[in-house]
Design a binder for this molecule. Structure first.
Ligand code: GLY
Length: 380
């Protein structure tokens, strides 16, 4: 049996169901995989400058081999492209490229491109189909699946958007070879999230397989991505619009978003790193509230340390605000409802749940403890 055979994970959403294909070498074969989705043999690809330089020609050649003509809209790389001006540019360029109501657009890139192109497709002609071809590990295991699309407001991240499901997700594991080690690890934090929130066996598997997965074992990478997207597909098909269970996917994000805001959404802390540290803090909070054992946060920190992933506030360079300011940043989170902040807590690894009655003093105490530990570690 070929260990690198392509896997298919279905996302069951009635008329909006779609498949996620995961394998090696899929980008050069994209035309064969995607041709059945196109009403006519032409498409427009939305990408960013960094990804386009690495993968656009491979994709276009792959499409051309199946007789599909393509043109590309390329925007600057980075979070700043999730903005009204860039959205306007993309929508107008899609119209200028004569994308019709029944055409299918391709989003080729990481989370920023998936969110931006997906939102452009959501509003273009009241909804045009699109394919996600995610090129970062984070986008492969999280943002390309589930139909969350949108841009940022000066008042906060992802505050403007729509649910618009892709019609297919094509995941080529080979593109991960072009990521920096740091970017790969930041995405790996989101892989671990699926173990921590609902599958203790997957966490144990990652503890064992993680180092080989990091050093490039493709069969293990395919398996990790398949298990992650299968977990996400299950959650999304049960709770597409996040009225309940889908909120579990925000494990670590309330703390993580506050840390990202405190570090100015800069290179000091990547999103996945903030989530990894945030997950550690969510488990520390759970332990403080007597929900899980004191050893549980240490087990998680040990795995992150073994992988070389940021795991505590001590791993964030530069100054950080105090606990009260971090708590104030959390209060701006979009998970606030009726003035009450939702936290994802856990009774153990794989046993996460949503709580809306966390005492703010407990959160402050966890942050103060984490900040104290940070200041007791001499900076390099
Ligand atoms: N990234 C969290 C979600 O898709 O719900």
């Amino acid at each position: 049996m070929n260990a690198l055979r392509t896997r298919t994970v279905p996302v069951a959403l009635g008329a909006r169901s779609y498949d996620i294909e995961i394998g090696a070498g899929l980008l050069p074969e994209a035309g064969a995989h995607l041709a059945p989705l196109f009403r006519r043999p032409r498409t427009v690809i939305v990408s960013d400058e960094t990804v386009a330089a690495l993968h656009l020609e491979t994709l276009r050649a792959g499409l051309a081999r199946a007789g599909i003509e393509s043109e590309a809209i390329v925007v600057p790389a980075g979070e700043k492209s999730k903005s009204w001006p860039v959205l306007e540019r993309v929508v107008e360029a899609l119209l200028a490229a004569k994308v019709e109501r029944d055409d299918t657009v391709i989003a080729l890139g990481g989370g920023v491109i998936g969110d931006l192109a997906g939102f452009a497709c959501a509003v273009l002609r009241r909804g045009v189909a699109f394919v996600q071809i995610p090129t970062s590990l984070l986008a492969q295991v999280d943002s390309s699946v589930g139909g969350k699309t949108g841009i940022n407001s000066p008042l906060g991240k992802n505050l403007i958007g729509a649910f618009h499901q892709p019609c297919h997700v094509l995941i080529d594991i080979d593109v991960l070879d072009t990521l920096s080690g740091r970017e790969f690890l930041a995405g790996y934090g989101e892989v671990v999230k699926y173990g921590l929130l609902g599958d203790a066996g997957f966490f144990d598997w990652l503890v064992e397989a993680g180092p080989r997965l990091k050093s490039g074992d493709k069969a293990l990478r395919i398996e990790a991505v398949e298990r992650s997207v299968a977990a996400k597909a299950g959650i999304v098909s049960r709770d597409e619009k996040e009225h309940g269970e889908r909120a579990l996917l925000n494990l670590g994000h309330t703390f993580g978003h506050a840390l990202e805001a405190a570090t100015g959404y800069s290179d000091r802390l990547l999103h996945g790193e903030g989530v990894a540290i945030g997950m550690g803090l969510a488990f520390a909070l759970s332990a403080r509230l007597g929900l899980c054992s004191q050893e549980t946060p240490s087990r998680i920190a040990e795995h992150f340390a073994a992988m070389g992933l940021k795991r505590s506030l001590a791993d964030i360079p530069g100054d950080l605000p105090g606990a009260d300011d971090l708590l104030a940043l959390m209060a701006q989170d979009k998970k606030v409802s009726g003035g009450v902040l939702a936290f994802i807590l856990a009774r153990g690894i794989g046993e996460a749940f949503v709580s809306r009655d966390v005492p703010p003093e407990a959160v402050t105490a966890v942050l103060e403890e984490a900040l104290r530990t940070r200041s007791s570690i001499p900076s390099a």
